[in-house]
Design a protein. Structure first.
Length: 138
């Protein structure tokens, strides 16, 4: 069995941002040499997310607006978690959007459905955060 472990680092300039990481994950699959297997992509911070969806700017704006309605950042006093930090909403947004994704590798390529792409979702940016990419298979 082959395996590859890589870490991606993000430090966004804004509090919330969605970044398409599909090209990077594709490169890592190629680097791994795995022809048949799985890729795990995991946000290793509790205020960030990994998810799969369409790479369409209108959808990303819709996500941002929808998440802000579900868990608005302000007023920060509305959350019991907010004491030394002001990021309770980011924890909730991450819970909705998810921690990780697993994608099949078939014939050395990510085996996606139509329009699927992998995204890093940041909900409390402006600091360095890590994402794990683990590829295993034959």
């Amino acid at each position: 069995m082959k395996s590859l472990t890589e870490y991606l680092w993000f430090n966004t300039k804004t509090r919330r941002e969605f970044i398409n990481i599909t090209p990077t994950v594709r490169e890592l699959v190629e680097k791994s040499g795995v022809q048949e297997g799985l890729v795990l992509v995991n946000a290793m911070h509790i205020t960030a997310s990994i998810f799969i969806n369409d790479d369409e700017p209108g959808l990303h704006r819709d996500y941002d607006q929808w998440l802000e309605k579900l868990a608005p950042h302000e007023p920060v006093e509305q959350y019991a978690h907010n004491g030394m930090e002001d990021n309770a909403d980011a924890h909730m947004k991450r819970q909705v959007m998810g921690r990780e994704v697993v994608v099949a590798v078939t014939e050395g390529r990510l085996d996606f459905g139509p329009w699927e792409q992998i995204f890093y979702g940041e909900f409390d940016g402006r600091r360095k955060k890590k994402v794990l990419v683990k590829i295993i298979g034959e």
